[in-house]
Design a protein. Structure first.
Length: 414
């Protein structure tokens, strides 16, 4: 059986990509990314058609003439799926399908399909289903033809066909239920964050484009064995691990969901409770793929999401992973590392410690016995590195927040 036949190998469907180039963004990069997304979902891309227009055609996205060209490409390549590089309305999808006679899915549906196949935790599955239902609610009318053609292919994973055929009231009720469940989980996550704050353990978040090696980097830095695959959106749920760096000793390192360009706002909203881990960080480590020619785009996309979450004011470091694959690491505008070989990790740990240390002061204190209540304040807003009772009081070495240093300054040993 051919590896590309249904169920016979890596790819379950054959797809053609269609895109309109309006000059708004780099169309070649976008189509390349869409190809990777399609492959991650299980489709072999066997052709692409790009139409240059001032704006997409209102009825058929590409225009009637170009759509006939797409039909010819689909027939010649024996494709059974068309993937568009832009989110489409139900009317547009219906108009296109009437001409090409194969299923049509848009960029957003494709991303959500990948999310659905990769979601593992209860929270991740709820977040994906919420985003899918909100997206499909907008395209409820006229979607049944596409679903019948797909027959369980890309774009049908997740909440399932039965939900799509339900009326809007039923879907809205389901959306409301999902939002309530996610709020409950968000409250639990908030309690975890509050415990971290009370323990005054600094939080460092790994943020970046999908498949730049964030999970591999977390494993290399912490000695963990978190799932790390060469696949888009392999990680949807935040993963936290302890890490020891410099004088600050213990910090919490968190790996989060990756991004792609033009990630729909509703997806960002659906994953907001997960992304709030970033908002509570003391330091954001922006990770890019040094071996990719599109690392600038990766950093731009990451910066955009950081801005959307209102986290631009948080201290940041830029890290380039996969430097074992290039010869020009020294010229990169950030810290070059390789999770695979360990190159640069010692410097990265040092830079993390240095960045976090900008908000704290390390000092040796001798607290008189009548001032021991200050010990609780120091533990709450600092890290006690070591302590020893002497005849004159409690001798300790600690890192304390600069905002509270004035409370202990008179007890500092010079």
């Amino acid at each position: 059986m051919d590896e590309n036949s249904e169920g016979g190998g890596k790819y379950s469907q054959r797809a053609v990509i269609a895109a309109v180039d309006t000059g708004e963004y780099d169309i070649e990069n976008s189509v390349r990314e869409l190809t990777l997304l399609a492959e991650s979902a299980g489709a072999l891309v066997v052709g692409e058609v790009i139409q240059k227009l001032e704006k997409p055609d209102m009825r058929t996205y590409l225009g009637s003439g170009k759509l006939l060209e797409v039909k010819a490409v689909i027939e010649a390549a024996e494709a059974d799926l068309l993937i568009t590089d832009t989110e489409l309305t139900a009317a547009r999808i219906r108009n296109i399908e009437q001409v090409i006679d194969v299923a049509v899915i848009d960029r957003t549906t494709l991303i959500l399909d990948i999310f659905a196949s990769n979601a593992v935790s209860s929270e991740g599955k709820l977040q994906v289903e919420l985003a899918q239902l909100q997206h499909r609610l907008l395209n409820l009318t006229g979607s049944s033809a596409a679903l019948s053609r797909l027959g369980g292919g890309i774009g049908t994973r997740g909440p399932g066909e039965s939900k799509l055929e339900s009326d809007r009231r039923h879907i809205r009720a389901r959306v409301s239920l999902l939002q309530s469940r996610l709020e409950e989980l968000s409250e639990r996550r908030e309690l975890t964050r509050e415990r971290r704050k009370r323990g005054n353990v600094p939080v460092v978040s790994l943020i970046g484009y999908t498949n730049v090696g964030k999970s591999s980097l977390l494993n290399a830095m912490t000695g963990s064995d978190v799932l790390a695959r060469d696949k888009l959106f392999a990680t949807l749920d935040p993963t936290a691990r302890k890490l020891y760096v410099g004088d600050l000793q213990q910090v919490i390192l968190i790996d989060t969901v990756g991004f792609v360009s033009r990630l729909p706002h509703r997806i960002v909203e659906a994953f907001k409770s997960t992304l709030l881990e970033m908002a509570e960080s003391d330091l954001i480590v922006r990770v890019a793929d040094a071996s990719s020619s599109e690392w600038k785009l990766q950093l731009d996309v990451t910066a955009d999401i950081i801005g959307q979450m209102g986290c631009s004011q948080i201290a940041q470091l830029t890290v380039f992973n996969k430097c074992d694959l290039i010869d020009t690491a020294a010229a990169l505008p950030g810290i070059p590392v390789s999770a695979k070989t360990g190159f640069g990790l010692e410097r990265l740990l040092s830079e993390i410690s240095k960045k976090l240390s900008e908000s704290v002061i390390r000092c040796e204190l001798l607290l008189p016995f009548d001032k021991l209540p200050l010990m609780a304040v120091i533990r709450e807003r600092g890290n006690v590195l070591n302590e020893e009772y002497t005849e004159n009081g409690l001798l300790m070495t600690a890192t304390v927040d600069r905002t509270m240093y004035h409370l202990v300054e008179e007890f500092v040993r010079q």
